[in-house]
Design a protein around this ligand. Structure first.
Ligand SMILES: [Zn+2]
Length: 166
C-alpha cells in the first residue's frame, strides 16, 4: 500500500512539473462506503471500494497529492470548490494515474482501469478527457499548473469533448 504510493510519487512528481520531491502521504484504509480522498496537505484516505482496486485508488489520490503540491491554490477552499475546480482536479488526477498505469502496464492496463471506473460515456467526464490526452503525456505538467480556463485552452487541440464548457 505505502509501497504503491511511494513508487507513484517517486516516478511521477517530475511529470507534474515539481522540481523537488514533495515527500509522502500518510495512508489510511477504511472499510467499504467510508468517505475517502486526499486530505491536504499529506493524508490519503482509501476505502475498499467495490468498483476499483485499492491500488488504483492510491494512484488516483497520490496524483491529487502531487497536483496539490504543484498548485495548492486550487485546493485551498476544501469543500467549497466550484464544479469547474473539482472537474479540473479530477482531470489532473485521472490523467496522472493513466500515464503511470500506461508506463507500468501499457494500453491494456489503461483499458482495464477505464473499464473498472468508467461510469458510462458521459461526454465531459474528466476520465474520458484524460483518455483523449493520453497520447500527449507531456502536457500534464502544464495542465497541473493551470486554472480552469487555461486548462480548457491547453486541452482543446487534443479532445473533442466539451469539458464543462456549457
Ligand atoms: Zn479524485
Amino acid at each position: 500500500m505505502d509501497q504503491a504510493h511511494r513508487k507513484f510519487v517517486d516516478s511521477m512528481y517530475g511529470r507534474f512539473g515539481l522540481t523537488k520531491h514533495p515527500g509522502y502521504c500518510m495512508i489510511e484504509v477504511l472499510p467499504i462506503l467510508s468517505s475517502a480522498g486526499f486530505a491536504p496537505p499529506h493524508n490519503i484516505i482509501i476505502n475498499r471500494s467495490l468498483i476499483s482496486s485499492v491500488e488504483d485508488s492510491i494512484f488516483h489520490e497520490s496524483a491529487h497529492f502531487l497536483h496539490y503540491n504543484r498548485r495548492s491554490r486550487s485546493y485551498l477552499q476544501n469543500g467549497k470548490k466550484s464544479l469547474k475546480e473539482v472537474s479540473l482536479n479530477e482531470l489532473v488526477a485521472y490523467f496522472g494515474t493513466m500515464i503511470y498505469i500506461y508506463d507500468c502496464g501499457g494500453i491494456s492496463e489503461v483499458e482495464r482501469y477505464i473499464h473498472e471506473i468508467g461510469f458510462g460515456e458521459e461526454e465531459d467526464q474528466p476520465l474520458f478527457v484524460a483518455r483523449d490526452l493520453l497520447t500527449y503525456p507531456n502536457i500534464l505538467e502544464a495542465i497541473a499548473n493551470a486554472d480552469f480556463k487555461e486548462a480548457c485552452q491547453l486541452i482543446a487541440p487534443y479532445t473533442k469533448r466539451k469539458f464543462l464548457t456549457k
